[in-house]
Design a protein around this ligand. Structure first.
Ligand code: GTP
Length: 185
């Protein structure tokens, strides 16, 4: 298995079911406040190197299935270095879709021997008082490209910058080897 060479910029894409809070997460990161009414899709955002913890220019790309075709989403996945799949922690069906739809869709759009890191993002933790991380281990085991899982809230800004920082780190400091043992055998 070959992983991508470390790039000079980081391109992050947010995927997931409608309404899980992808646009809100991006706008909360940029404005440092939560806005109730957000557009269906955020414009692509470029964060200059000097304001990112890793000092690397970072582009953040929103996806909205009501405004884009699946072909356009596929093209965006191909261009991205890291994929954040967002679900809403208060809606089990949005987590179910991570495993049944989004992870296979991402695999379908990456060459078989060329994996991009995936971050699973449980948004809206302000709505519940328990953690759903335990429901994710089986998914992470089945899809080793799942690099990290994080729970956050665009509304209270909890873990929002950490989520994007983790996405940067997954690209710049991959925890997976460049070549896997299977490949060398
Ligand atoms: P699509 O554009 O349909 O793909 O949706 P999206 O994933 O971009 O979700 P969006 O950011 O539009 O948010 C959907 C709804 O969830 C909005 O009403 C937001 O205000 C709300 N929302 C987003 N993040 C949070 C959060 O962390 N907590 C709470 N309570 N609500 C949130």
């Amino acid at each position: 298995m070959v992983y991508e060479a470390i790039p000079r910029n980081v391109r992050i894409i947010l995927l997931g079911e409608p309404g899980v809070g992808k646009t809100s997460l991006i706008l909360s990161l940029v404005t440092e406040e939560f806005t109730e009414h957000v557009p269906p899709k955020a414009e692509e955002i470029t964060i200059p190197a000097d304001v990112t913890p890793e000092q690397v220019p970072t582009n953040i790309v929103d996806v909205c299935l009501n405004e884009q075709t699946l072909e356009q989403v596929s093209e965006e996945i191909e261009k991205a270095h890291v994929i954040c799949i967002v679900f809403s922690v208060d809606k089990q069906e949005t987590l179910n879709k991570v495993a049944s739809y989004w992870l296979p869709f991402v695999r379908d759009n990456c060459p078989e021997d060329y994996r991009k890191p995936v971050i699973l993002v449980g948004n809206k933790i302000d709505l519940i008082d328990y953690s759903v991380i335990d429901n994710i281990w089986d998914i992470a085991e089945e899809y080793p490209e799942v690099d990290r899982c994080i729970e956050c809230s665009a509304k209270t800004l909890t873990n929002v910058s950490e989520m994007f920082y983790n996405a940067q780190k997954a690209v710049l400091h991959p925890i997976h080897p460049i070549y896997s043992i299977e490949e060398q055998e």
